[in-house]
Every structure is written in structure tokens, then in C-alpha cells.
Design a protein around this ligand. Structure first.
Ligand SMILES: Cc1ncc(COP(=O)(O)OP(=O)(O)O)c(N)n1
Ligand SMILES: Cc1ncsc1CCOP(=O)(O)O
Ligand SMILES: [Mg+2]
Length: 205
């Protein structure tokens, strides 16, 4: 499986409606603390936009709802994974991405046969409090060798200027939240990410 090199993470269908039409091809819907009915509405709205734009949509955390709503990709952290029914996820045909932060988590993740492995935070992040210090680029290279041919996602503190570094250290895809969501012009910044990753995506010159 191949992942787009630009992996955008947003927290609403409204964001997806705003930026996916610009040419985003891989997006995660990461919603925290929302009543289930509203969450299902968000997923359905987001999925409609993504389907129309040829954008792969990944649902964070809510694997049961993702199955019920007919989605095809979920992302789980290690705590999510501990409570998830992997058999049900696989039986429903969903692809699975997993977070890792240290060696033990990598072993746990590899044992679950995921479709990609994410490593983070590569750089300091302001999105959420992390138990882990920034991992740095050398850890990314280490993970590159350990995950073999599995797609590797870098996450945490990524910006357009940091993309060359993460790709040259083995990442296949770079995931981002605040460099876009907190930018004074999220649309312009999204275009910069698309342009900077164009060659890796195989876009025509
Ligand atoms: C691509 C990607 N990598 C890591 C995470 C973090 O997942 P998790 O550790 O479960 O934390 P939350 O995002 O659920 O707060 C992610 N969402 N996406
Ligand atoms: C959810 C998550 N997991 C590891 S780092 C991170 C946050 C990424 O956000 P940002 O791109 O704003 O640093
Ligand atoms: Mg999670």
C-alpha cells in the first residue's frame, strides 16, 4: 500500500470541505469529545467530500463507528489498540494505521500487522501534551529500518521547512495539524504542502 506524502489531520468536516478541494489526497478526521450522533454526521459529511475528491479518509479512534459507517481506514493509538477488536476491523476490510513512540510500542504495533506505522512526536508539538520527548530525525531513520516495507508516517511539529528532513530520514508520509490549522492562511499553507510534496506524489512537473 502507498500513502500520499502529505497527510493532513483536521478536526471537522468543515475543515475537510475547506481544504480537500485544494488537492489534499490523504486526510485524517480526528475529532475528540463529540456526541455520537454528531460524530456520525461529521464522518458522513467528510466522507462525501473525500469520495468526490479522490482523497483517502482515515478515521481517528472510533473504529466501531468507522465500521458501521462503511469507512475504509482507521488510525489507532496504543491505548485505542488495547481496546480494539482487530478481528472485527479486519473482517470489515478496514486498513489500520498505528501510533508508536518507543521500542515496546513498535513491537506491539508490528504484532498487529498494520498498514502503516506512525512515529512521533518527531519535533515538539503544541497540539497536545505528550509523554514523550521529541524523537528526532535519527529515530525516524531507525524506525525506517525496523518497519521494513511498511509505510512510515512522521508526525509532530512538522512544517513545510521540515519536510526535506523527514523524507530524507525515511518517512513515506508527513502528518500535520497546526502548521496548517493555525496558519493565518490555511489554504495557502495547504497549497505549499501540496507543492512541496508534489514530486513524491508523482504529480506532473
Ligand atoms: C498519523 C497519526 N499519528 C499519531 C496519532 C496519535 O494517535 P493517538 O496516540 O491515539 O492520539 P490521538 O490523536 O487519538 O489523540 C494520530 N492521531 N495520527
Ligand atoms: C496527535 C499527535 N501524535 C503525535 S504528535 C501529534 C500532534 C501533531 O500535531 P502538530 O502537527 O500540530 O504538531
Ligand atoms: Mg487515539
Amino acid at each position: 500500500m502507498r500513502l500520499d506524502p502529505f497527510y493532513l489531520i483536521v478536526d471537522s468536516a468543515a475543515w475537510i470541505e475547506r481544504v480537500v478541494p485544494l488537492g489534499v489526497k490523504l486526510v485524517q478526521l480526528r475529532i475528540k469529545d463529540m456526541p455520537e450522533g454528531a460524530l456520525r454526521d461529521e464522518i458522513r459529511r467528510a466522507r462525501t467530500v473525500c469520495a468526490g475528491a479522490g482523497c483517502q479518509m482515515i478515521v481517528n479512534d472510533y473504529w466501531r463507528i468507522a465500521i458501521e459507517e462503511g469507512c475504509d481506514f482507521v488510525h489507532l493509538g496504543q491505548e485505542d489498540l488495547a481496546e480494539a477488536d482487530l478481528g472485527a476491523i479486519r473482517a470489515a476490510g478496514l486498513k489500520l494505521g498505528l501510533s508508536t513512540h518507543d521500542e515496546a510500542e513498535l513491537q506491539t504495533a508490528l504484532a498487529a500487522s498494520p498498514d502503516y506505522i506512525a512515529l512521533g512526536p518527531v519535533y515538539p508539538t503544541i497540539l497536545k501534551q505528550m509523554k514523550w520527548a521529541p524523537q528526532g530525525l535519527n529515530k525516524l531513520s531507525d524506525w525506517r529500518h525496523r518497519v521494513g516495507t511498511l509505510p512510515l508516517v512522521a508526525i509532530g511539529g512538522l512544517t513545510v521547512d521540515r519536510l526535506d528532513g523527514v523524507f530524507s530520514h525515511g518517512a513515506d508520509s508527513a502528518a500535520v495539524v497546526t502548521d496548517i490549522s493555525l496558519n493565518p492562511s490555511p489554504e495557502d499553507r495547504t497549497r505549499q504542502w501540496i507543492e512541496k510534496t508534489a514530486k513524491r506524489r508523482g504529480d506532473p512537473a
